[in-house]
Write a new protein. Structure first.
Length: 121
């Protein structure tokens, strides 16, 4: 019974380190949300400005290694989430599947749900 009170006590009153950790995660989440909104705004603007050109060039129904972030978004739509893994590296998630980018180009992918429209050249 004393042990359960200790656990209850810890879960009700997080330590200073836990509070700092949670605050840090919340701040990182806000930054990532802002970056995602900026990326979405950028691609939505590009889509509306270049709509006619896209129709003629968007005959591609797949992306491949070397495709740009813009091409992947045009083919796959907005990712369900994304992660910045290094200054020049990102990972777009489409469900459980992931597309890895370095310097804005696809370098790898994990098609775990078999939902990526990807083709090997």
């Amino acid at each position: 019974m004393g042990l359960s009170l200790l656990i209850t006590s810890c879960t009700q009153h997080p330590s200073g380190a836990e509070k700092d950790y949670i605050k840090n995660l919340e701040e990182k989440n806000k930054i990532l949300e802002t970056e995602l909104q900026e990326i979405k705004a950028k691609y939505n603007l590009t889509d509306s400005v270049n709509n006619d050109r896209q129709k003629s060039h968007s005959s591609k129904k797949y992306f491949t290694i070397g495709s740009t972030e813009d091409e992947v978004i045009k083919i796959m739509g907005d990712p369900t989430s994304y992660m910045v893994t290094a200054p020049e590296a990102r990972k777009f998630y489409y469900g459980l599947s992931a597309v890895y980018f370095y310097q804005g180009k696809v370098i790898s992918y994990d098609n775990l749900e078999d939902n990526l429209k990807v083709k090997v050249k």
